[in-house]
Every structure is written in C-alpha cells, then in structure tokens.
Design a protein around this ligand. Structure first.
Ligand code: NDP
Length: 371
C-alpha cells in the first residue's frame, strides 16, 4: 500500500505544480508590454484604472507554444487522463485565492469595496467578494482571471481531447472538429474584444470573491469542455448536411451575440460614434441614456440570446441520446436567467422610471415573444 500512497502524493504534487505553472505562464504573458493599455469606467472615487489589452497576444503566444510542444511529440492527449486531478487542483487554487482576497480586502479603502459583497456576513462576503478591483501593484487579479487562465485553459483542454481522439481512432471526428472550432471562435472573440469586458457586470459591479475565482479558474475550463470530453468516450458521426446546419446555426448565434455586445459597448464608450448615433435612446436621471432601438430594442438582453443559441449548438454535434453534453446549455440558461434578473434589479435601482419606460418599450427580456 505504502508505495502507491507515495506515488499518488507525488502525482498530486505534479498536477498542482502544473496548474500553478499554467497560471504563472499566463501571468507572465499578461505582464508583457505588448498591446494597448485601456482605461476602465470611472470608479466611485472618480479615478479610472488602467488595463493591458493583450489577451489576444497571450492566446496567440500560447498557441505557438502548444504547436512547438506538439512538434516535440508532447502527448497532449494525456490531458484526458489528467482532467479530474487537474480540476481538483483548480478548485484548490480558487479556494486559496479567495481566502487571500478576503483577508486582503480588510486593508482596502472604503471606496474600493464592492456594494454587493459587504454585508458583514463572512460567508456571503467571502462568496461574493468584498473588494471590487483587487490588485498587486498594477496586476489586476479579477481582470486577469476573467479571461486568461480559465478561458485559454478551456480551449487547451479541448485540444487535448482532440489529440486523445487522434490517439484512439487515428483522426479527429467531424463532431470533435466542430466543437473545437466553435469554442475556439468564442474564446478568440472574447480575447479579441477584450476591452469590452471592462463594461461588463463582473468588472463594473461584482467584487472579486469565491464566486468569480471558482467560476473563472475551475468551472469554466472543466465544465465548458464537457462536450469534447464526451466525444472522446462516445464518438458520433455527422452527415455533411447536419454539420452544415449546425455551422449555420452557430453563425447566427455568433452574429447576434457579437453585434449586440459591440453596439452596447460602442454606445457606452462614445454615443456620438457614427455606428450608434442614429439609434433611438431614452434619457435617464443619471445622465446616461438607454438604447431603445437597434439590438437593444429587439429584446432587453440580445447578447444573452446569441450566447444561448451558441450554447445549444455546441451540444448538437454530440447527438441527442445523452444529457451530459447538454449540461452546459442547461446550466447556462439558468445562469443567464438569474444574471438577467440581477441586472434588471441593478438597472431599476439606477435608472428608476426610465428603466420602467424601457421595459414597456421592449417587453421581452431574452427571447422575443417567449421570455
Ligand atoms: P451586459 O453586457 O449585458 O451588460 C448589462 C449592462 O448593460 C446593464 O447593467 C447596463 O449597464 C447596460 N444596459 C442594459 N440595457 C441597456 C440599454 N438598453 N442601452 C444601453 N445600455 C444598457 O452584461 P453581462 O456582463 O452579463 O454580459 C456580457 C456578455 O458576456 C454577454 O454576451 C453574456 O452572454 C456573456 N457572458 C458569458 C458568460 C459565460 O460564462 N460564457 C457568463 C456571463 C456573461 P449601464 O447602463 O450601467 O452601462
């Protein structure tokens, strides 16, 4: 028994080291002085934080490093066997990080605390996050975790599953290629449009606590990659027509998602820009205006609609006989319905009567005529 125990400890150390090594590599790429530097929205004390916009560079450099690893014969398919221990390590890292964040938040000035994560209930505040933008020097921990180690880790895991399929069956299946392609497009898009994350709820309103740390570092890479993991064990065959239909649906979802997000982001950054200046808006007491035409006049969260359509499409290459590949779309529907309700509450508190007028003008939340 003893040697086995020793072997297991040794292996756990290696996986924990691997997870930390991955985060260190992404931190190093984050710190590279490449790409532009952008300012976030104005904070409560009137200041604006600076953020490096080099996520796409980090993804590209990671891709080159992976190609070199593959060329050197590194068995990336081995990630399939490592999924569970790596997931446990990621959970461990997110716990440690959240504890660090919680403790450090007691030294943060009052204006740097989030409005939602300071109830005085330690468990709730630990979960929601007390500090809004915790930093080590210029290194913004929430912004870094939001789009780097977990999101890039997700597509690396997908690639590992594809390589496992190659090991087992000689070549990747069409279903695996579609899942990898769609999710790579989604991650690449998020990093290409990295600046847009600066106006999202996570960055603007939410504190950085266990909810976001666990979500970003453990939940995203290890549950969002379920379709590719499923395909390793349950190979699926797809006709060209089925594949074409699935690609078309993904294209529609992506179009709605990208166009609506870009429209709101552009409007918030510069309402006089020619791509948004013609849109109808309503005034609010805060001085900010709300869009009531264009994508945001179609439903109140058109970006969620596109995102949900894509989530469904990613499961389709896995067939209809198993619930597991549909886990993501089911969970994501619940998450976005809850998120939408949270956002409505915040917007109603912020914009009062103007928000009610907007809701009357645009009665559906996410799906026209349904919800
Ligand atoms: P949104 O980008 O939808 O931002 C909501 C904010 O937009 C509101 O608080 C309000 O802020 C502003 N807003 C709302 N209505 C209007 C309007 N009519 N005109 C102008 N501004 C308006 O929030 P999220 O951060 O939830 O989503 C961003 C993207 O990230 C989405 O595409 C979502 O699907 C995706 N996402 C993906 C996740 C994943 O795990 N894959 C998880 C969460 C989100 P204000 O007025 O203060 O500017």
């Amino acid at each position: 028994m003893k040697p086995n125990k020793h072997k297991a400890t040794h292996s756990a150390e290696k996986e924990f080291g691997g997870a930390l090594g991955w985060i260190t590599l992404q931190s190093f790429l984050y710190l590279l002085p490449i790409g532009k530097v952008s300012e976030g929205l104005v904070l409560r004390d009137g200041s604006r934080l600076k953020y490096p916009i080099n996520g796409f560079h980090a993804l590209s450099i990671t891709a080159v490093l992976l190609l070199v690893c593959l060329w050197l014969g590194m068995p990336l398919g081995y990630l399939f066997e490592l999924i569970l221990p790596l997931a446990v390590c990621a959970i461990g890292v997110s716990y440690l990080l959240s504890m660090y964040l919680y403790i450090c938040s007691f030294w943060a000035p009052q204006h740097a605390l989030s409005l939602g994560g300071n109830t005085g209930n330690p468990l709730y505040d630990f979960f929601m996050g007390r500090e809004l933008n915790p930093r080590i020097g210029d290194f913004d921990l929430k912004y870094f975790c939001e789009l780097r180690p977990g999101l890039i880790g997700w597509v690396v895991i997908n690639l590992g599953m594809l390589m496992k399929e190659v090991e087992l069956r000689g070549s990747p299946s069409l279903a695996m290629l579609l899942v990898n392609g769609f999710q790579l497009l989604y991650v690449t898009d998020a990093l290409w449009n990295e600046e847009a994350v600066l106006t999202t709820m996570d960055i603007v309103h939410d504190g950085f606590g266990f909810m976001l740390a666990f979500g970003d570092l453990a939940w995203v890479p290890f549950t969002y990659g379920l379709q590719a993991m499923f395909l390793v064990v349950h190979p699926q065959s797809l006709s060209t027509l089925e594949a074409a239909g699935i690609i078309l649906l993904n294209g529609i979802g992506y179009y709605i998602f990208r166009k609506s997000n870009s429209q709101k982001n552009q409007f918030r950054r510069d309402p006089t820009h020619k791509s948004v200046s013609h849109l109808e808006t309503i005034a609010t007491a805060t001085g900010k205006r709300l869009l009531v035409s264009g994508w945001w006049g179609f439903v109140r969260h058109p970006n969620y609609l596109g995102d949900l359509l894509m989530a469904l499409v990613w499961s389709l290459p896995c067939g209809m006989l198993h619930i597991l590949p549909y886990f993501y779309v089911i969970y994501f529907t619940i998450l976005l319905i809850h998120r939408e309700a949270r956002d409505e509450k915040q917007c109603r508190a912020k914009y009062g009567l103007a928000w009610d007028t907007y809701c009357r003008r645009v009665p559906y939340r996410i799906i026209p005529y349904i919800y």
